[in-house]
Ligand binder design. Structure first.
Ligand code: GRF
Length: 196
């Protein structure tokens, strides 16, 4: 079986990256992680990747004069690895429409809410403030509209009266670590594909 080639884009901690890499170690996993790219030279996830013999690359957005110039260079870097799938995992950059269009159908993201609820930032705090009884995480295709692409998988968790954003966030994160590898498997096995 030819394993699908996955690139992971991070900006920080990289706990989803770890979950994905750990899953990819299973013999029957239909994908392999071929590289990790970070826009942040200090992202903790880079160390994990390097310790696990995965190629890492840093492309510091601060060294580019415009969003367009950064995204063009990022696209070139990604193309060099010939990926089948590009997985955003805590990649804290708004991507240009050109970039998203270029990789459309191969570009996926994880968002810490049950989309379409709570697109954007501070999702756990907003879920608590809204008084919802369920919250969760979503893996979705990336389209030009932020956090609005077709949903691949979701996982729900309860919101408890005693929850703080941190406690709720930890409960959601556990589910993220479960569904992101699952979503990659679905894509890698062609069980799911993007349609406009
Ligand atoms: C996760 O909560 C993910 O849903 C969001 O950013 C966070 C990244 O965490 N997009 P990590 O870097 O994977 O630990």
């Amino acid at each position: 079986m030819l394993k699908k080639r996955v690139i992971i884009l991070i900006s920080g901690r990289g706990s989803n990256l770890q979950a994905i890499v750990n899953d990819s170690r299973n013999k029957n996993c239909p994908y392999q992680v071929v590289a990790v790219i970070s826009n942040n030279p200090l992202a903790e996830g880079l160390e994990f990747a390097a310790n696990n013999d995965i190629i890492t690359a840093i492309l510091n957005h601060k060294q580019f004069s415009s969003r367009e110039a950064f995204d063009q260079e990022l696209a070139k870097l990604i193309d060099g690895f010939q990926p089948d799938i590009i997985a955003l995992a805590g990649f804290m950059r708004i991507l240009t429409n050109d970039f998203v269009e270029y990789f459309k159908g191969r570009l996926i993201n994880i968002h810490p809410s049950l989309l379409p609820n709570f697109a954007g930032l501070h999702t756990h705090q907003r879920a608590i403030e809204a008084g919802v009884s369920e919250h969760g995480a979503t893996v979705h295709f990336v389209i030009t509209e932020v956090d609005a692409g077709q949903i691949i998988l979701q996982a729900k968790v309860p919101v408890l009266k005693t929850d703080t954003p941190e406690i709720l966030g930890a409960r959601v994160l556990e589910e993220e670590h479960r569904i992101y590898p699952q979503a990659l498997c679905l894509l890698a096995e062609n069980k799911i594909r993007f349609e406009n």
